[in-house]
Design a protein around this ligand. Sequence first.
Ligand code: TXA
Ligand code: MG
Length: 333
Amino acid sequence: MKTPRQNYVSLSELVTQRLRPSDLDLAAELLAQGKLVAFPTETVYGLGADARNDTAVARVFEAKGRPSFNPLIVHVASFEAAAQIVVFDEAAQRLADAFWPGPLSLVLPVRPDAGLSALVSAGLPTVAIRVPAQDLARDLLTRAGRPIAAPSANPSGMISPTTAAHVLSGLEGRIDAVIDDGPCTVGLESTILSTDPLCQLRPGGLPLSALEACLGQEIKLKDHADAREGPVNSPGQLASHYAPRSRLRMNVERPEPDELMISFGQSQSPNSSRAAYNLSANGDLMEAAAALFATLHMADAKAQILGKTLAIAPIPDIGLGLAINDRLRRAAA
Ligand code: TXA
Ligand code: MG
């Protein structure tokens, strides 16, 4: 499937409006007109478009430079709104009850009468859907009164945005508006899960252990290696993703002199005084997740100026650490 490129003004002619949280009616109106509005969620800033409007959805792919075979997540204000778009099986219903609103996207069969643009699901019979936890996001979705497709509001393949400034640095002049409501609290994209077959497609802001405890069974991980071939796959489908411009080395105990160090917890290394950033001095994974993308944005800019590369300390592979390491591997690829 090809992304249509006609019928709208050149994206470079746009002036991106900065909106405040008090401007939600205007933001909802812009979405209804088929415009692109970036908005905060608890995970990352999303680039919103009316999921039933083909042209609006096509413009999302265009603005991000995103391959059109990579489907989008649909955002709605409530479970009831989701039930009009997808069919819930028992497991999905239980997970939605337990974790919505929150950082969980469920991949479920799309209803034939949902009216979604085929571009949203890249032609798949399923669609990823979630109810975000951030009040402002749900308020916007309620006012918009329609399902909103929203990928992360960054150029495809680059570091995800957790502030309005990150959104503007990547997409200024390519989108119609951004609502600034401060930094995102979770800081990692939603965990993506399909229930038939039951598997995690992307680690994210909700740890796998919580999902397993809810269902009382083990959840398989989708092998990212085969996630590169076709549309059925989820994030990181591209091995290189979330990428800074600077080279990034993982699991570094002692940085080289030409490396800008991002640490985690209290390092015992004699070279730790070189650490320019710390994701969490207390070694708290939730704090590290919330700081991850903002730190990568800052460290990358600094490394570019100083002509250095990036090094990052080992992050424990448990809980949210699994999702952090997933993002870092793709950033390093
Ligand atoms: O936290 C999030 O999920 C953020 C905020 C804005 O909600 N959104 C986000 O969207 O991360 P995006 O487009 O950056 O990532 C969506 C991922 C894509 O990698 C896509 O492959 C996967 O969801 N996806 C969407 N629909 C799918 C489907 N039907 N089957 C499998 N994967 C799907
Ligand atoms: Mg993304």
